[in-house]
Ligand binder design. Structure first.
Ligand SMILES: O=C(O)CCC(=O)C(=O)O
Ligand SMILES: [Fe+2]
Length: 209
């Protein structure tokens, strides 16, 4: 077991933990370089009021099963976990003792790329989803705001090699975003590990004979 710093954000109606140095500087440098050059980054389109736009970031999606993941009118079909992303998955699973099926990767190419206010509350994720969110590369500010109590909000800088763990009722009660910034900055990679149970599985003893 490694000794890890962990900070509880102590948000009302939520459970959010921040591990600022989940990976060492060296590990994080290597992962950033490899993920940046080796993942098949795709440009998705989003539809807003009937108009189609490029999503303001690139993505890639990975799964241990073939369950697609749909959000904001986009359906993503999983690629197989291998190489660095599999190594990272194993590292967080060992540390947290939580087993993930899926990972949505985001590449924010510069300060113009962003991720608007949302909750990760898609029905595929079930109630009280656990989301492990890793940062490699440029630091970005992560905003959280309570859905009903406007006085409750939080900003946190997500550091290179850090892990943010959102669980419990976080997605039910809070929204989060990565806003654009006018700072001249380089790329940031974010990996959000999730659990998407396999649907429509035919039990082996139900085969007709
Ligand atoms: O980039 C991040 O830190 C957040 C990504 C996110 O919220 C998502 O993909 O659902
Ligand atoms: Fe999210």
């Amino acid at each position: 077991m490694r000794l890890l710093n962990v900070e509880n954000l102590n948000l009302k109606d939520a459970n959010v933990l921040y591990y600022p140095t989940f990976f060492s500087e060296n590990e994080a440098n290597t992962y950033f370089k490899n993920l940046y050059s080796k993942l098949k980054w795709q440009q998705d389109k989003i539809k807003v009021f009937g108009k189609t736009y490029d999503q303001p970031r690139l993505t890639a999606f990975f799964g241990t099963n073939n369950q697609p993941y749909s959000y904001s009118n986009i359906t993503m079909f999983p690629q197989e976990f291998k190489g660095d992303i599999l190594e990272i998955k194993n590292a967080i699973e060992t540390e947290l003792n939580i087993y993930f099926t899926s990972c949505l990767a985001n590449l924010y190419r510069n300060g113009k790329d962003s991720n608007g206010w949302h909750a990760d509350d898609e029905k595929e994720l079930g109630k009280n989803p656990i989301i492990a969110s890793l940062t490699f590369g440029e630091e970005r500010v992560f905003h959280l705001k309570h859905k009903h109590d406007k006085t409750l909000k939080k900003k946190i800088v997500l550091k290179h090699g850090s892990l943010l763990l959102m669980q419990g009722s976080t997605q039910e009660n809070w929204l989060h975003q990565i806003p654009k910034t006018t700072r001249k900055i380089g790329p940031r990679i974010n990996l959000t590990f999730r659990i998407i149970p396999q649907k429509n599985r035919v039990p082996s003893n139900s085969v007709l004979s």
